[in-house]
Design a protein around this ligand. Structure first.
Ligand code: C5P
Length: 284
């Protein structure tokens, strides 16, 4: 690549169509069984060869120092490479933070891919996956974000070819507050069911949608449970669930127009400050 070239990569958000917690581990993590799918909501990352590695981000409050997963990904890549990657990275954020949408994990995975492509190191997917798993449980999925079953602590990714062409219109709603992943798992102890909130699996096109972190997160933030029930009552909504560890909720609709109508109704009837996104899950 010539010195002046900027290469742009898109990092997609994800939802968990299903998230089951199958046990607590000795290393502080939980074993999980997740069905993960990407969305057409993306962050964008520009990479430009430079004298040192720097990160700029358009979203206020996002750290651009060594604590950002993008810089951590560069450092993880450099550990394997044995030399400096020297990239000027410009991150344009569209995926909200603390939302359960995997934005930081996606940015990290794409950074590993970009460094591998731009520097020409030709690390295999397996080698990149080992680097990705060191950065976070969700990061390996984003190296090849086809609908996949994720097990272990989430880092063992197995594509689900029979769902490869499945897709659906989706609406996302996120309140102003964020939920951190560690806090969601911690809340599992002492969690209870809120009366009137339905936690049961919902079966759509043969896919069993369920999120076992809902019980934990709804106990602390009951408004999310009530919003899920409101979503389930909206015209055209086929299923509604919390995304990962929250605070975003999603609803699958019959048509894109219904997704837009749900987002408008949510701001009118529930909370005018809600963030929303209407698009597709598993865009083809
Ligand atoms: O792997 P990641 O850095 O995303 O995990 C953040 C935190 O979320 C972990 O430190 C742990 O507290 C919790 N976690 C968990 N079980 C998982 C994934 C995450 O308990 N499978």
């Amino acid at each position: 690549m010539s010195k002046g070239t900027t290469t742009t990569y898109l990092a997609p958000a994800k939802i968990n169509l299903s998230l089951r917690v199958t046990g607590k581990r000795d290393d502080g993590y939980h074993n999980v069984d997740i069905l993960m799918a990407k969305l057409d909501l993306t962050d964008s990352l520009d990479f430009h060869n430079s004298r040192t590695t720097t990160l700029q981000c358009d979203m206020p409050g996002v750290p651009t120092d060594e604590s950002n997963l993008v810089i951590k990904a560069v450092r993880e890549f450099e550990k394997a490479y044995g030399r400096k990657a020297k990239q000027k990275i410009t991150l344009t954020k569209n995926i909200p933070h603390g939302a359960g949408l995997g934005g930081g994990s996606a940015d990290a995975a794409i950074t590993l891919r970009a460094c591998n492509d731009i520097i020409g190191t030709n690390y295999s997917d397996e080698e990149l996956s080992t680097m990705a798993a060191a950065l976070g449980s969700d990061v390996p999925f984003f190296l090849n974000p086809v609908i996949s079953r994720c097990t272990g602590r989430g880092e063992i990714v197995t594509p689900e070819p029979e769902l490869a062409e499945w897709s659906s219109p989706i609406v996302l709603l996120k309140p102003q507050f964020a939920v951190s992943t560690p806090s969601a798992y911690k809340l599992l102890r002492g969690a209870h069911r809120i009366k009137g909130v339905n936690y049961n699996p919902q079966v759509i096109d043969g896919i069993k949608l369920v999120n076992e972190l809902e019980r934990a997160v709804f106990t602390k933030f009951p408004v999310l449970g009530f919003t899920k029930m409101w979503l389930l009552g909206q015209p055209g909504v086929r299923a509604a669930l919390m995304c990962g560890s929250g605070s975003t909720l999603f609803a699958l609709t019959e048509t894109p127009e219904q997704a837009l109508a749900v987002a408008e109704a949510a701001r009118a009837e529930l909370d005018p400050t809600l963030w929303s996104y209407c698009g597709r899950v598993n865009p083809q």
